[in-house]
Design a protein around this ligand. Structure first.
Ligand SMILES: Cc1cc2nc3c(=O)[nH]c(=O)nc-3n(C[C@H](O)[C@H](O)[C@H](O)COP(=O)(O)OP(=O)(O)OC[C@H]3O[C@@H](n4cnc5c(N)ncnc54)[C@H](O)[C@@H]3O)c2cc1C
Length: 413
């Protein structure tokens, strides 16, 4: 019997996991990207991979911090004012999502999606590649102040209820855990259940290699349109047209642009982030250090110390503002006063984000052979394997292991 074929659009972390999973399920799969694999948002992120990635960005009381962030030129959030009107429905929805009930709901969905991420990567990569790419060290979240806000207590409660394993450190004990930290850091949480990859780019490429070894086919081409056809669906690309039984849209922040007619109502926005890779730093922390005040990671990558994070609401077309990368370096020096390095590289990426922090993983309401898997926001590295499992079960008509209603199209408009 002829194998059914699947076209996956987008070779970031989500598309590469979906493509490999579908190839393992016995489908004939083409993975399509206008770039080489792993060169979108998945290229330069902070590499955090964690079943503990269950805290949505919109949490109780967070909106009160927004004005101070916006007026602080070194703050973790910036908005391009020209884009403000266009993005205001998204921002309003984000504020609504920060209510206690909504954010509890979102954290439950993230827990369901990310709970088995390490085992899933181990299965997809094999033990040798897994050990080569992923470190199960934990993450250290650091703060200048001890927990005092509604949001701080909400996060603690959510972690406790979810059974996340963490330890707290106060005052000078913080330096026992990480001696390079400034004395200004008064409080730290070591999340033991958290891991990271030493190279997000190599992780995606290793998944794509595994996919090709399973008989999958990577094609570098730009998808212009996805239309219904006699056989199922047709992807019209710049160079050709690909007939498919099923198409999975994993085009990250560009998914809405690709499917503009069908997705005009979904509340997808790009949350731009930056990184500075310090090629030869004078020290490397033992695990990723996450600044709760400045909202960025310092991750010990295989090619240097990566400072990555912050949010810029800019729209997709805006040119990068490299002063946002300088801010990362300035703030890193506030946390690590002795930090110095020779050589650095800068990068920006557009996180595909919904106000709830929950990705859209569903069949299209317009066409039963088109599936959506995008919008993983700050947690795509953690959510990609779980997404691939949900998509595979949807296409095969198998029962799901988790409640998939939070990921549905109707929850994202
Ligand atoms: C600074 C920063 C730090 C981050 N840190 C973390 C972290 O520590 N942990 C974590 O889990 N997440 C993190 N993230 C978020 C994470 O990077 C994203 O959630 C994830 O990369 C999204 O993956 P994706 O596959 O959906 O998108 P992408 O990686 O952007 O992939 C989409 C692909 O689709 C392709 N494409 C788009 N349109 C078309 C088209 N028409 N035709 C063909 N191809 C197309 C693009 O070229 C791209 O390769 C961070 C993000 C940033 C910016």
């Amino acid at each position: 019997m002829k194998k059914k074929n699947v076209v996956v659009i987008g070779a970031g972390i989500v598309g590469s996991c979906c493509a490999l999973r579908m190839a393992c399920e016995g489908y004939s799969v083409t993975l399509l990207d206008n770039l080489k694999p792993g060169n979108g948002c998945s290229f330069g992120n902070a590499g955090g991979i964690s079943s503990a990635s269950i805290i949505p960005m919109a949490i109780p009381g967070i909106w009160k911090k927004v004005p101070a962030w916006l007026f602080d030129s070194d703050g973790p959030l910036s908005v391009r004012w020209r884009h403000l009107l266009k993005v205001s429905p998204w921002l309003l929805r984000w504020i609504m999502e920060s209510g206690e009930d909504r954010s509890t709901y979102s954290s439950k969905a993230l827990k369901d999606l990310n709970h088995d991420v390490l085992n899933q990567y181990k299965k997809m990569l094999g033990t040798v590649n897994f050990n080569n790419l992923i470190r199960t060290t934990g993450h250290l979240h650091v703060f200048k102040q001890k927990p005092s806000s509604k949001g701080d207590f909400f996060v603690k409660r959510i972690r406790e209820e979810a059974g996340i394993c963490f330890e707290e450190f106060f005052d000078r004990d913080v330096n026992v855990v990480e001696p390079s930290l400034s004395k200004e850091v008064k409080y730290a949480i070591l999340i033991n259940d958290a891991s990271y990859t030493v190279s997000p780019h190599r992780l995606v490429n290793t998944l794509v290699e595994a996919f090709e070894e399973m008989g999958g086919n990577f094609v570098q081409d730009h998808a212009k349109e996805v239309v219904a056809s006699e056989y199922g669906v047709k992807v019209i690309t710049r160079l050709s047209a690909l007939e498919a039984d099923y198409v999975v849209i994993c085009a990250g922040a560009l998914s809405k642009e690709l499917m503009k007619k069908d997705l005009s109502k979904v509340k997808l926005e790009n949350e731009r982030g930056y990184h500075v890779n310090l090629v030869s730093p004078n020290f490397m922390p033992n695990f990723p250090i996450v600044s709760g005040d400045y909202k960025f990671f310092s991750t010990p990558m295989e090619d240097g110390l990566r400072l990555a994070g912050t949010v810029e609401i800019s729209g997709l077309r805006a040119l990068p503002d490299w002063s946002r990368a300088d801010i990362l370096l300035r703030n890193a020096k506030r946390i690590f006063p002795d930090l110095s390095a020779s050589g650095s590289e800068v990068w920006f990426g557009d996180r595909p984000s919904f106000p709830s922090s929950i990705p859209l993983i569903d069949v299209s309401p317009v066409h039963e052979n088109i599936f959506y898997a995008f919008g993983h926001g700050h947690y795509g590295m953690s959510g990609a394997p779980g997404t691939a499992e949900i998509i595979a079960n949807m296409i095969k008509g198998k029962p799901q292991k988790v409640d998939i209603s939070p990921f549905s199209y109707s929850k994202h408009i």
